[in-house]
Each structure stands twice: as structure tokens, then as C-alpha cells.
Design a binder for this molecule. Structure first.
Ligand code: SF4
Length: 353
């Protein structure tokens, strides 16, 4: 069964009706970036790279105040949000009391995912996360201690630390799925299979292989990947021979060009997902986190429940035009295209399937 799929929104048909009525309903999924500090310094990190619009206003010292997080968790539970992902900005496992907030959410029936570099996935924290999370995904681009030091400015031994943490995590048992996101660039494209072999050996459930983003300009991204694309795709094909019922290599190393141009005049996927940053601001999505054009609220001024109920939020939602506001990478482009296509079907003709 597939973990990744752009059609999950079909499971929430009421949201489509809400879009048709130009109304607002709580999102299905919220991403929270609890802290911007990180113990790694990845050269490709979208929130730190100077050549990218992504994350231009991010302050490394920001973290969500504990009381803001507590109130946010209360609102998420009361609003009936279905899933929360904790991610960066920084390294989410550095956030104090993260497992306590997760316990509150999970015991209220909310599914939890975490994107992490894996450094601190150990001890009591790992045990609690194994108990309460649906999935954890470790982001990497390295295949050895030396390559991790080179790309992330970390100490020698950190790669082994992360591999050991993941191996130990799998021995905790439970149902939490452990994945890896392997980010491909010019230095590692010929090590994809080597990494996948190691990941399978230690019990990782899947490796998602995806391209690094180096520019706001789709042509520059394509140019960067052009000389490695064939070899990278061959590596992925070889790695996919490892696929069995317990392990899979998922190919997300697609062309990036189609994620930059927008043809829809609202962003329907915003009704399904929103992002809260460590600066307490609410953003349209992860691609616009820590940018002025993506800011839609501030939890310092009003809670999430109040924001979603406000008339100004409704007006902003239905006047936000991605064709002019999002001339950059958009992770939800495919979902928006499908939703937009569906929303534009003449209702009187829907029955003629
Ligand atoms: S169109 Fe894409 S980049 Fe723009 S707000 Fe929507 S999800 Fe974000």
C-alpha cells in the first residue's frame, strides 16, 4: 500500500463542497515548525539557502513559546484537525517537551508525523515517539561519516550516530513507520543504491528519493540536475530491486519544472493543509513559510480557531492568486491542479461519469 499519494484529499469530500461554497473549514493537516535552531547545516536546506525565496524571513533563534504551543494543541484538538507533522525550519526534536505535546495530540486521536535529521532520535524521546507517531522520516543526503560532515558541517561519527538511532528505533517495535528522505544532488547521485542497501539492512521501511532544489528558477534547477538525471534514475532503478513487502524505494526524483508554473487562481490545497512557524505566524504552506507573501495570521494576536473564523481570513483565502504570488517551487502543485480541475467541472454534468 502506498504511503505517498497526491490524491489523499479525495478522502475529505466535505472540503471540496466548502471550496465550492467559498467558505472555510479547519484544515485536515497542520505542519508545525516548533524551533528554527538546528544542529546540522545542510548546504541544500531551503530555509537557509541564500539563493532561494523560501524562508527569507526565518530567524534562527525563533521557537514557539510553550504556552503558544499548548494553546495551539488545544485549538487543533477542538477544531478536529486529523493530522499534525512536526518539521523544520530547524530540528524539531530539539524542541523542549515535544513528546508531551505529541502525547496530548495523539491521545486525542490526531495522527502525528515528524521530519527530523535523526540526531536525537534516541532514549526516552524515541520511546515516546515510537508510541505516539504514525511515521517518522529522517532527512539525509549522505552515505558515510565523511560525506555527512562535508554536506552538513557536522562532526565525524554523526552518520553512524543517526544510523544507530534508526536501527535502535526499529527495535522498539510498534506501528510507527520509519522512512528516509534521500535528497539527491551532484555529490551523492551515484550513492543512492549504496544508501538504500544500508537503510534496508537496519530495518528502515522506505527511502523516498527526491531532488535538491537549488534555485527559484525552474530552468536553473533543471540545468543543475540535467547532467546527473540519467545516472540518478538508473541508481534508483537498481535500488528498487531491493523492494519487498517490508521495504521500498520511492522515486520522487521527478522533473521540477512543473512545480513552478501555476495555472489556478486560488490555492484550493490551502483548505487541507496550513503551516505554523516557530515565529508564531501562520503560513499558507511549507513553500511559503517565513515569507511575507505566505503569512496569513499570527498566533501572538489571535488563536488558530479565531483566525479561521474571521471574515478577513475568508476574504484573503479566496483572493490569494498563486499565479502572481507563488512564482516559485510549490510542493502541492499537482494536488492543486487536480482540485482545480475538479472544482471547474460543470455540476449539472457531474452525473455523466
Ligand atoms: S500555490 Fe503552492 S506555493 Fe502557493 S500557497 Fe498554494 S501550496 Fe503554497
Amino acid at each position: 500500500m502506498a504511503v505517498y499519494n497526491t490524491n489523499k484529499f479525495f478522502a475529505f469530500p466535505n472540503h471540496i463542497e466548502t471550496l465550492r461554497n467559498k467558505a472555510i473549514t479547519p484544515p485536515v493537516h497542520i505542519r508545525i515548525k516548533p524551533i528554527n535552531a538546528c544542529n546540522h547545516s545542510c548546504w541544500f536546506c531551503a530555509y537557509r539557502a541564500e539563493d532561494l525565496d523560501l524562508g527569507e524571513d526565518m530567524k534562527l533563534t525563533d521557537k514557539l513559546p510553550q504556552e503558544t504551543m499548548t494553546d495551539l494543541v488545544t485549538d487543533i484538538i477542538e477544531l478536529g484537525v486529523k493530522a499534525v507533522t512536526f518539521s523544520g525550519g530547524g530540528e524539531p526534536l530539539l524542541y523542549k517537551n515535544l513528546d508531551k505535546h505529541i502525547e496530548r495530540l495523539a491521545t486525542s486521536g490526531i495522527k502525528i508525523g515528524i521530519l527530523t535529521n535523526g540526531s536525537f532520535l534516541r532514549g526516552e524521546l524515541a520511546k515516546n515517539l515510537a508510541k505516539y507517531c504514525t511515521w517518522i522520516r529522517v532527512s539525509t543526503d549522505a552515505w558515510s561519516n565523511e560525506s555527512l560532515r562535508e554536506s552538513r558541517k557536522v562532526k565525524i561519527g554523526e552518520y553512524d550516530n543517526i544510523i544507530n538511532n534508526m536501527a535502535d528505533f526499529k527495535t522498539l517495535g510498534g506501528t510507527c513507520s520509519l522512512g528516509v528522505s534521500f535528497i539527491v544532488g551532484k555529490t551523492n547521485y551515484n550513492h543512492i543504491n549504496e544508501y538504500c542497501l544500508r537503510a534496508k539492512e537496519i530495518g528502515v521501511d522506505h527511502v523516498k528519493v527526491a531532488p535538491c532544489i537549488v534555485s527559484n528558477d525552474p530552468i536553473e534547477n533543471e540545468e543543475y540536475h540535467k547532467c546527473i538525471r540519467t545516472d540518478a534514475l538508473n541508481e534508483i532503478l537498481v535500488a528498487q530491486k531491493l523492494n519487498d513487502e517490508n521495504f521500498s524505494v520511492v522515486n520522487h526524483y521527478h522533473s521540477l519544472g512543473d512545480k513552478f508554473q501555476k495555472s489556478y487562481s486560488i490555492c484550493p490545497f490551502r483548505l487541507y493543509l496550513m503551516v505554523v512557524g516557530a515565529d508564531s505566524k501562520v503560513y499558507t504552506c511549507q513553500d511559503k513559510a517565513y515569507t511575507q507573501s505566505g503569512e496569513i495570521g499570527n498566533l501572538k494576536n489571535e488563536g488558530l480557531k479565531a483566525l479561521l473564523k474571521s471574515k478577513s481570513y475568508n476574504e484573503e483565502f479566496y483572493s490569494f492568486d498563486p499565479r502572481s504570488k507563488c512564482k516559485h517551487h510549490c510542493v502541492a502543485n499537482q494536488k492543486n491542479l487536480e482540485l482545480w480541475n475538479f472544482l471547474n467541472i460543470e455540476r449539472e454534468h457531474l452525473q455523466f461519469v
